[in-house]
Design a protein around this ligand. Sequence first.
Ligand SMILES: [Zn+2]
Length: 134
Amino acid sequence: MTPEFDAPEGGYFEHWMEALEELDRALPERARPACPNCGRRELRAQYIGDPEDRIGYGAIWCDHCHWGAYTGRAEIPPAADLLPFGVSDDVVRTRVPSFREDLASARRRRHRGIRGRDRRGAGRTMSSPPWFGS
Ligand SMILES: [Zn+2]
């Protein structure tokens, strides 16, 4: 994937999802896709979901620029690490740092009917993942 540096601030939602797929495909190896926002290869991802059916949500973010995106409801790859629903806020925060979410990602999530504590706007600093506690 080639980052587009004329992309809107935060990068394109589709590129975040492509990067997440690249990470997932490489498991258990660690792929190094470029950040859709800054181009650095410091992306990280974390899934949270049901350990039984492995349905949940994914977060992908950049350790360098602290932008990122959340998936809608998603199948969690067998090799991907998963935090179970209901895990404490503290645990989630140790695994998923605050990051700014690209605009399209926030819109997409809303369209998919994902419940969140705060559906307003985007590009804000998230104190916790929007799917936590929903
Ligand atoms: Zn970045």
